[in-house]
Write a protein that binds this ligand. Structure first.
Ligand SMILES: Cc1cc2nc3c(=O)[nH]c(=O)nc-3n(C[C@H](O)[C@H](O)[C@H](O)COP(=O)(O)OP(=O)(O)OC[C@H]3O[C@@H](n4cnc5c(N)ncnc54)[C@H](O)[C@@H]3O)c2cc1C
Length: 468
């Protein structure tokens, strides 16, 4: 059996792992990346990119249906239809282009990719397995674990059960047909993004959430706008309800409300989206006996684990489980190994929900500022007063800014509305650069854009908004 020696071994070719390997190779660190499935990980294959492709397709179809029912904009369309198999193959084409691009980038930069499942032998040795056989053994100076996460199953209705009716987001992203009735278990961002897409594709959708509101990780003022939109779309939302399992003939999901009353929701498919958990089992990780933070690997602000020269990044290192956080950590670890002084202390990690309307939070909300003992001011500017929003036929939502009262340093931004995901870059930049309200208010924002609402929110916080 072949044994290879290298400086850095990366386990997992998702956004965390592949970015770490590219940056390490750019810095001339001999690097081997081991990926058991497809390069690009959850993000490119079964997560961010395919979900946004399906959301876009659903939105376009919904638009066509809207025009077919007669619209004030003057566009007429007759009887639109969708070929879901073609939609899925279009989505697969995007995934393929991106994942082969990742392979090409790794190769171009000189990182070696080995296809196979890594089995950790010790902190400096990894075996590469294929079909249960050991292909080769690699020794390394640094071991970077970027094994990602997996969807959480409900033990009483696991994925694939009830004749394949119970699915995870992975299956939901490659449908062969649009179910007539879809029940979504979980009112977090994955459940709602996909639930909304399926509704637009023509399914009757019911969302079941055990807490008393949707998107519980987000501030209620923002989620209220999404809740209203769900109602307008005709999505049933069952809050404060727990799922009990499928009924006897697998035709409905049994739910129980807070008062203990049981009822059934008829379904052709049930999408279980109740969260994701770090992938820490099945590849010998436990043999390292690393300190853990719950189910996640515990890391410090340089992504070091409790074992010297063993690093962990991305979803396997816990929340927030977001691709851009995994990438930023991957880049940083490569640079630290190359001798640069780096710490992972971002001013903020933006979070976006690609619901309709979209939702962005960056930095602190007014409540978070208050909880941190900071005297803060905040102001919001509604898209109803923004010209661009009107031209886009969507004036619901707002932008809100939070800043310190004493020196006007911006602490956070929140926005809800159509297309606000694209504002997250400006929000993140203002926090990272330590901008004040005056900086944003004094920056000329092009007209007509949604960005003008950002400037107006800052102006409003200073007491002199111009368009409201
Ligand atoms: C439906 C959905 C939508 C999402 N949308 C967004 C979004 O819009 N924005 C966002 O920021 N995030 C989103 N996410 C989350 C995002 O996909 C993850 O945060 C991100 O992929 C984490 O990257 P990672 O590198 O840590 O792990 P992953 O992307 O999970 O990659 C881990 C890789 O490691 C491989 N691996 C694991 N163990 C081994 C082993 N022993 N040997 C070899 N290979 C191994 C796996 O095969 C996998 O390819 C979404 C997720 C889902 C499911």
């Amino acid at each position: 059996m072949q044994t290879t020696s290298t400086t850095l071994v990366v386990i997992g070719g998702g956004p965390g792992g592949y970015i770490a390997a590219i940056r390490a190779a750019q810095l001339k660190i001999p690097t081997i990346l081991i990926e058991g499935d497809q390069l690009g990980g959850t993000c490119l294959n079964i997560g961010c990119i395919p979900s946004k492709a399906m959301i876009h397709a659903a939105e376009e179809f919904e638009k066509a249906k809207h025009y077919a029912h007669g619209s004030s904009i003057g566009i007429q369309v007759s009887d639109p239809s969708i070929n879901i198999e073609q939609t899925v193959s279009w989505k697969d084409g995007i995934v393929k282009r991106l994942t082969s691009g990742v392979g090409a980038l790794l190769k171009k930069n000189g990182a070696q990719v080995i296809k196979g499942w890594a089995q950790i032998i010790d902190g400096k040795t990894v075996a590469v397995m294929q079909d249960g056989k050991e292909l080769q053994r690699i020794t390394c100076q640094h071991l970077l674990i970027a094994s990602g996460s997996t969807p959480v199953q409900l033990p009483f209705m696991p994925f694939g059960s009830s004749n394949g009716k119970v699915i995870s987001s992975t299956e939901a992203l490659s449908p062969t047909e649009v179910p007539k009735k879809l029940v979504v278990v979980g009112g977090g961002y994955i459940g709602l993004e996909l639930g909304i897409a399926y509704r637009k594709l023509g399914a009757e959708v019911a969302v079941v959430e055990s807490l008393d509101r949707i998107l519980p990780a987000y501030d209620e003022e923002l989620t209220k706008v999404v809740k209203t939109a769900l109602k307008q779309l005709g999505i049933e939302v069952h809050l404060g309800c727990t799922v009990q399992g499928m009924n006897a003939d697998h035709s409905a999901v049994r739910i129980k409300n807070a008062a203990g009353e049981e009822s059934e929701l008829a379904c052709d498919k049930v999408l279980v989206a109740v969260g994701r958990r770090p992938r820490t089992e099945g590849f010998g990780l436990e043999s390292l006996m690393l300190d853990m933070n719950g189910r996640a690997i515990k890391i410090d602000d340089q992504c070091r684990t409790s074992m010297r020269d063993v690093w962990a990044i991305g979803d396997v290192a816990g929340e927030p489980m977001l691709a851009h956080r995994a990438m930023a950590q991957g880049e940083m670890v490569a640079e630290i190994i190359a001798g640069k002084r780096r710490h992972f202390i971002p001013a903020s990690i933006p979070a976006v929900c690609f619901t309709d309307p979209e939702l962005v939070v960056v930095g602190k909300s007014p409540q978070e500022a208050q909880a941190a003992g900071i005297e803060a001011i905040s102001a919001m500017f509604p898209f109803a007063a923004n010209g661009r929003s009107m031209t886009l036929e969507s004036s619901e939502g707002f932008v809100r800014v939070v800043a310190r009262k004493d020196n006007h340093l911006i602490l956070g931004w929140q926005a809800v509305g159509k297309g606000v995901s694209e504002l997250s870059a400006a929000f993140g930049l203002s926090l990272e650069m330590g901008a004040t309200l005056e900086d944003v208010a004094g920056t000329i924002h092009s007209h007509p854009t949604l960005g003008e609402a950002v400037q107006e929110a800052a102006l409003r916080a200073l007491g002199h908004a111009l368009h409201i």
